[in-house]
Design a protein around this ligand. Structure first.
Ligand code: SF4
Length: 68
């Protein structure tokens, strides 16, 4: 299964992902981006794709997982 994942080692907390696709990304108390629970598979949606493209740190990745 393909899932969206924010690499915490790359995320610098610009919040651009949240501004573009708040349905898919949220910002924690320290300003770092995360994927909203249940939205890990929304990578084909236009807004989410735009957010992934616009992350200045290229911190948002698509990863393959074993679980269905
Ligand atoms: S846009 Fe990228 S660097 Fe900024 S908060 Fe989102 S994932 Fe992190």
């Amino acid at each position: 299964m393909t899932k969206i994942w924010v690499d915490p080692a790359r995320c610098q907390g610009h919040a651009r992902c949240f501004m573009i696709a708040p349905e898919t990304f949220y910002i924690d108390d320290e300003g770092y981006g995360h994927v909203v629970e249940g939205r890990e598979g929304a990578y084909e949606e236009e807004n989410t794709r735009k957010a992934i493209r616009n992350c200045p740190e290229r911190a948002i990745k698509l990863v393959e997982t074993e679980d269905a």
